[in-house]
Design a protein around this ligand. Structure first.
Ligand SMILES: NC(=O)c1ccc[n+]([C@@H]2O[C@H](COP(=O)([O-])OP(=O)(O)OC[C@H]3O[C@@H](n4cnc5c(N)ncnc54)[C@H](OP(=O)(O)O)[C@@H]3O)[C@@H](O)[C@H]2O)c1
Length: 278
């Protein structure tokens, strides 16, 4: 893929042939009810076609309602949701999926992810995911917060390679080895907390390069992820920021500046830390 060709509707092809938008909206900590509905509705209006929710976020119902209200054909929107930690095991995972699907009010989910590699139960849950995939209840299955060793364990236990691994990923947590492992195994990396949850948006060295491109620090961080060919899902509940975060398709960060951002790594984790998860 030529970088300057990335557009808001660019899709990546997952390892089972399903196409996933490279850019979307995250709704973690988007308040349930009107706040989430408006965010999703505004995002769809701004051209976003991927929405990332989870059973744990307690806003699946609002995501579904906003998708219906948008009148965009269902097949043009890509919906991800996730299995929560208390829902692991074969039967519990099947029934958790069904509950998520009903809350979303959708006949199928595009991507179902294991939210966290819960020790002892994750492989049983993965078998349930394989069943859901086989039955056509979701179009792709994947994982989240899996480190290389969790992926190796899964690959040793199953012939179904996860389509996606969603992890915290930004220049301040540049997980290069994990990115390479995923690329080598045809697992699409997806970046959560691409804006460092806002913590680093005032970092002078980031602000400095951003001004060179006449873009905001948030836009630069999103573009960096896109140029790594990583799916990226910035979260905002505010209309102006939803538009700002989508305005990243009219410029390219130079290879030299990409290398500058790569050097920002400080293993910063703003969420939970799977690097020590057994
Ligand atoms: N799988 C997992 O374990 C996991 C963990 C964390 C997140 N995620 C997913 O990834 C998504 C994104 O990650 P995240 O929500 O943790 O963090 P993020 O996208 O890095 O940052 C979101 C924060 O930045 C603010 N923000 C958004 N756009 C901005 C802009 N242009 N300028 C200044 N501030 C801006 C938002 O505030 P406002 O809303 O007020 O604008 C919010 O406080 C989540 O929503 C979720 O879908 C997954």
């Amino acid at each position: 893929m030529m970088m300057e060709e990335i557009r808001i509707d660019t899709k990546v092809k997952l390892n089972n042939g399903v196409e996933m938008p490279i850019f979307g909206l995250g709704v973690y900590q988007a308040r349930r009810g009107r706040k989430t509905q408006e965010a999703v509705f505004n995002a769809l209006k701004a051209g976003y076609r991927l929405i990332d929710t989870a059973s744990m976020y307690e806003n699946e119902k609002d995501v579904g309602e906003a998708v219906r209200k948008s009148s965009i054909p269902r097949e043009e929107v890509f919906i991800t949701t996730k299995l929560w930690n208390s829902e692991h095991g074969y039967d519990p995972a099947i029934s958790a999926f069904e509950k998520s699907r009903k809350r979303l009010g959708l006949s199928y989910i595009d991507l179902y992810l294991i939210h966290w590699p819960v020790e002892g139960l994750r492989n049983e849950s993965w078998k349930a995911f394989e069943t859901l995939l086989k039955e056509g209840k979701c179009r792709a299955i994947g994982v989240s917060n899996y480190m290389v060793r969790h992926l190796e364990e899964l690959l040793n236990n199953s012939s179904t390679v996860p389509a996606v691994n969603q992890v915290e990923f930004n220049p301040y947590l540049y997980q290069k080895e994990l990115l390479e492992f995923c690329r080598n195994h045809d697992i699409q990396l997806e970046a959560y907390s691409p804006l460092t949850k806002g913590y680093k948006l005032n970092d002078p060295k980031l602000v400095n390069v951003a001004s060179k491109y006449s873009k905001s620090p948030a836009q630069i961080l999103i573009r960096w992820a896109l140029q790594k060919e990583v799916v990226v899902i910035p979260k905002s509940s505010r209309k102006e920021r939803i538009y700002e975060n989508a305005d990243v398709f009219d410029f390219t960060i130079s290879p030299e500046d990409i290398r500058v951002f790569d050097s920002f790594n400080e293993d910063l984790r703003t969420s939970w830390d799977p690097s020590t998860a057994p």
